[in-house]
Design a protein around this ligand. Structure first.
Ligand SMILES: [Zn+2]
Length: 88
């Protein structure tokens, strides 16, 4: 299977516990300006304890649509309405 990201598959990234537990779809992606960390979150409010560190590969396995934004530069974020929507 193709892994679209330039980052290594074992790069650490953040998902929220809702996404981790497959309760909610990913509707928010950010690529941090300072450390290059990817975050994949749902549309809930999040506290620090909701964050889970997983590999970028695991996140991609959960939702391969995140591969659509593999080239999003650091310092950017993108949102979508729901899990079926495309990332623009
Ligand atoms: Zn969440």
């Amino acid at each position: 299977m193709d892994f679209p990201f330039e980052d290594a598959p074992n790069t650490a990234c953040i998902v929220c516990r809702h996404v981790m537990d497959k309760e909610k779809a990913i509707t928010y992606i950010s690529h941090d300006a300072d450390d290059g960390m990817w975050q994949f979150l749902c549309d809930e409010e999040h506290a620090e304890e909701d964050a889970r560190i997983i590999s970028l590969y695991s996140a991609y396995m959960m939702d391969q649509s995140i591969g659509q934004v593999f080239d999003m530069p650091c310092g950017c974020y993108i949102q979508r309405k729901n899990g079926e929507d495309n990332w623009k």
